[in-house]
Every structure is written in structure tokens, then in C-alpha cells.
Design a protein around this ligand. Structure first.
Ligand code: GLP
Length: 265
């Protein structure tokens, strides 16, 4: 079962997630970190930078691999995930921008882009820790409901719900791309550790389906149940629909020892 950590606020949950990930990075400084975009990990990235400074953890050996990219947007486009990761991850963490790898969204809808990105991940020795958010319809990366649980990095079509959710970053809905290049669910499951974050009541339904529902392509997030090393960080609102809520909260609060990855402050 996944380790499920539920805190009152997203800030508190992000602080613990930052510690969890830095614990992995400290154990392997030449770390391959899978990074997600979206609003969810913004505080996580800020807090990772601050804990790394405070505890003298070297992060300059980290190579970051993006989960996904919109198809048809140039890396310099302010709407591209490449741009978002440079701004919100690379700059914040003080990393060399050359250490960020993003699938090439301008190369067109060829199968080769996915295969090349997979090759890059494999050539680097695989992803050590993959950070994940979850869409309100249960998507991870841009693997929408119906995606094969064995899928690899490829072109995917965005669900209308996802386009609407992401439209606030664009001037209007019609500007939101219809396709992406996304790591597949099979690719994501090959990372050595998964850290999933979800905040806010809008995510409650997807969180319950992913953690407690059947493992099904109808909820791509449910695939994390197949992975042996998963930590999930939730706030109060995103955890509301979990039927095991009391159990998860109590087992987190009443564990005999603090987990090894928690930092003393
Ligand atoms: C996106 C991304 C996902 C992200 C999810 C949630 O569109 N492709 O990687 O996890 O939607 O986004 P947010 O964190 O903004 O809710």
C-alpha cells in the first residue's frame, strides 16, 4: 500500500514532500528526477530549494525529466511546459538549465519523439524519483482516461475536461493545445520511487478513485497502486472522499517513530 500523508494545508504537505524527495536526492546525488508541471508542485519546488540550502544538500547533480509537453508549442513559448519548468523548477532550484530534459513538442506528431525521450531516460539510467500531480479526471502526465496502463511516451489527445482545467493559463479555451507528448503510464511505473501530490476539493474524487478504486485505465492515477514505492501527499480537502481517511490520518499521526526521511528543524 502507498504511504499516504495527509496534512491540514497544501503548504505543510509540500514541506514534507520536499523532505521525502531530498532524502532520495541525498542518497544519490546524480539523481534523475521526474518533474511535473501545473499549480500543485509550485510550493514543493520552492520548499525543496529552501531545505536543500538549509541542510547543505547538493542538488547540482540532479537531472530533471519532464513528464509531458504540449504538442506544437516551441520551448520558448510562455505556455510551454519547458518554459514553466525553467521558471518554477530550474530557476528556483538554481540548476543549470542544460540539466532539464523535455520532450520536443515542436517535432510534430511523429512516433519518434516519444521513442527518443524514452531512449534519453534509459541512457541516463532511468528515473529515480518521479513527482506526479493528478488531473481532476484522474489523469497522470497527460495520460487521459482510457490510456493503456502499459503505455510508453507518445502523442496523446487531451480530454476536454483537461483543456478546460488548463485554460486559465491561456487567453482562451481555443488556444489550449489538443495534443501532448506524455510519458506513458508504463514509463512512469518504471521510476524507482513515485511521489504524488494532490490538493484542493477539486481533486477529491480523483484521489479516492486513484488510491482506493480498482486499478483501471478509466482512472490512470490508479496505476500507482501497482508500484512498490509510492508516497502520496494530500491536504484536508483533497482527502475528503477517501473511505479510509481516519485510518490513514491516525497511522500517520500515531506511528511509533518519525519516518527516516523527515528532517528535524
Ligand atoms: C496537467 C499536467 C499534469 C498535472 C495535472 C494537474 O495538465 N499534464 O502533469 O499533474 O494537469 O495540474 P494542476 O497541478 O495544475 O492541478
Amino acid at each position: 500500500m502507498a504511504e499516504i500523508v495527509i496534512l491540514e494545508s497544501s503548504e505543510e504537505a509540500s514541506a514534507l514532500a520536499a523532505q521525502r524527495i531530498l532524502h532520495h536526492i541525498r542518497a544519490k546525488p546524480g539523481h534523475n528526477l521526474g518533474v511535473a508541471t501545473g499549480a500543485t508542485p509550485l510550493s514543493l519546488y520552492r520548499q525543496m530549494a529552501s531545505y536543500a540550502r538549509e541542510y547543505g544538500i547538493r542538488i547540482d547533480g540532479v537531472t530533471a525529466f519532464a513528464l509531458d509537453e504540449y504538442l506544437g508549442l516551441a520551448p520558448g513559448s510562455p505556455h510551454s511546459f519547458h518554459h514553466a519548468l525553467l521558471e518554477h523548477f530550474v530557476k528556483v532550484m538554481g540548476l543549470d538549465p542544460a540539466r532539464l530534459r523535455v520532450p520536443n513538442g515542436v517535432a510534430g506528431a511523429s512516433g519518434e519523439v516519444g521513442a527518443e525521450f524514452e531512449q534519453e531516460i534509459r541512457g541516463a539510467g532511468g528515473i529515480d524519483c518521479q513527482i506526479l500531480g493528478i488531473g481532476s479526471n484522474g489523469h497522470i502526465g497527460f495520460n487521459e482516461p482510457g490510456s493503456s496502463l502499459a503505455s510508453r511516451t507518445r502523442v496523446t489527445m487531451l480530454a476536454e475536461e483537461t483543456r478546460r482545467d488548463n485554460s486559465s493559463h491561456f487567453s482562451c479555451l481555443k488556444d489550449v493545445p489538443r495534443y501532448s507528448i506524455s510519458q506513458g503510464i508504463g514509463t512512469i511505473l518504471e521510476a524507482r520511487h513515485l511521489v504524488l501530490l494532490a490538493f484542493g476539493s477539486r481533486k477529491a474524487r480523483a484521489v479516492a478513485a486513484a488510491l482506493e478504486g480498482p486499478v483501471t485505465a478509466s482512472c490512470p492515477g490508479s496505476a500507482i497502486q501497482l508500484h512498490p514505492s509510492v508516497t502520496v501527499f494530500l491536504d484536508r480537502d483533497s482527502s475528503r472522499s477517501l473511505s479510509g481517511l481516519d485510518y490513514y490520518t491516525q497511522s500517520w499521526q500515531n506511528q511509533p517513530e518519525s519516518p527516516s526521511w523527515r528532517f528535524a528543524r
